[in-house]
Design a protein around this ligand. Structure first.
Ligand SMILES: [Zn+2]
Ligand SMILES: [Zn+2]
Length: 409
């Protein structure tokens, strides 16, 4: 490919010549693989084609491969010449149930399924890193490539962990990335906080009243009115009950109840999501919700039932790894290429890995024009593929630095 940013890699070329040469040698192939994935997207836990392509490349490149880990997950293992630490690198493989509206030749062929979160890029990028190490070899330690299914439904990472992906050999450190169109190609960002991505919980709240004629509310218990009061009161959890320095989002995205304006329904059902960063706040919110909802409902003669489900925890970020990654990016690409950013309340199921071992999760810039400025999950989402060179470089150098580090450091 034609690189627009020739000078950006001068330090990589000088300090990590083998990695740099291997990436240049393989970049075209990796970009072709990415386009093939974009063209053939698959939904969560249905990534059969993607997984078998990943597995066959890994085998071809000399990796020890395990398939069907946590459903459609794939693991590739590479042992270094000397024993040492075990580093895990993760990519997610699933696409979204939505149309693909890009005009490129590699637009989705699967109707109603699209790689609009960029997991095609993550998968190709990680395969690229696997190719690099298959060519330059690994001096020390072990490298575990983890290709997970079903990130979009928050279940793939956990499924792989339950299937033993973090054991045999036991992973010591995990790294992951996500493509991000708010950053330009060549830019990286990282959150300088212990918890970096929102814990995702969902809930269903049913308010039960007593149905009746809307003209005679005194003979009924109005579940619609109770729901309205509960909905407003729930917002006071964030403003009055939780430490204002610890964020919480409580959103109700769906309310269902009633059939006609003149009939008071028996029940109203609300569905929503709660996002938090701090685990103690995550435990506090459902208790408050239940109390507020049941007691307001009771005050008006009704009842409320809360079904609250924890889906994904927040990503825990290792302090030393954050510093190491920020220094690495600045060393390679200069100060302007790195930004510290606030945590996001969006969820990422990389969180499950980060709960088990020290981890780092960063954002990779992918924007260079209007075509690559659409947000993740937008039907026109696309990336500038030069970002893959940056992604492969940072993963490769991070791996080499981590595995060659002195023990105990
Ligand atoms: Zn997504
Ligand atoms: Zn994503």
């Amino acid at each position: 490919m034609q690189l627009t940013n020739k000078d950006a890699f001068s330090k990589v070329e000088a300090n990590y010549p083998k990695i740099n040469e291997a990436i240049i040698r393989n970049l075209d192939e990796i970009i072709a693989i990415r386009r093939d994935f974009r063209k053939h997207p698959e939904l969560a836990f249905e990534e059969k084609r993607t997984a078998s392509i990943v597995a066959s490349y890994l085998r071809q490149w000399g990796y020890e491969v395990q398939e069907h880990v946590g459903g459609t997950g794939v693991v590739g293992l590479l042992n270094g010449k000397q024993p040492g630490k075990v580093m895990g690198l993760r990519a997610d493989m699933d696409a979204l149930p939505m149309p693909d509206e890009i005009s490129a030749s590699y637009k989705s062929l699967n109707d109603g399924i699209a790689h609009t979160c960029g997991h095609d890029v993550h998968t190709a990028n990680l395969l690229g890193v696997a190719k690099v190490f298959s060519e330059i070899g690994l001096e020390k330690g072990t490298l575990k490539f983890i290709f997970q299914p079903a990130e979009e439904i928050g279940q793939g990472a956990k499924a792989m962990i339950d299937d033993g992906v973090m054991e045999n050999p036991k992973v010591d450190f995990m790294a992951g990335l996500h493509v991000n169109p708010t950053l330009n190609v060549g830019e990286f960002s990282l959150t300088n906080a212990e918890y970096t991505c929102g814990a995702v919980d969902i809930f269903e709240l049913v308010v039960e009243g007593k149905g009746g004629h809307a003209a005679h509310p005194h003979l009924a218990v109005d579940a619609v009115m109770i729901s309205a009061q509960v909905l407003v009161a729930l917002q006071q959890i964030a403003s009055r009950q939780v430490d204002p320095l610890k964020p919480v989002v409580l959103s109700v995205g769906q309310i269902q109840g009633g059939t006609k304006g003149t009939i008071l329904p028996n029940t109203v059902t609300m569905n929503g999501t709660v996002r938090t960063l701090d685990p103690s706040v995550r435990d506090q919110v459902p208790q408050s919700m239940e109390k507020i909802a049941t007691q307001i409902a009771e005050a008006y003669g009704g009842k409320a039932y809360l079904d609250y489900q924890k889906v994904t925890p927040s990503i825990k970020s290792d302090a030393a790894a954050r510093v190491a990654l920020s220094e690495l990016v600045v060393d390679l690409f200069g100060k302007e290429s790195f930004k510290w950013v606030n945590p996001s309340m969006g969820g990422e199921d990389f969180a499950y890995f980060s709960q088990l071992v020290p981890s780092v999760f960063f954002r990779l810039g992918t924007k260079s024009s209007d075509d690559t400025a659409y947000g993740n999950h937008h039907p026109k989402f696309n990336v500038d593929e030069e970002a893959i060179r940056f992604g492969m470089t940072v993963f490769s150098v991070l791996t080499q630095r981590y595995l060659n580090e002195e023990e105990g450091k």
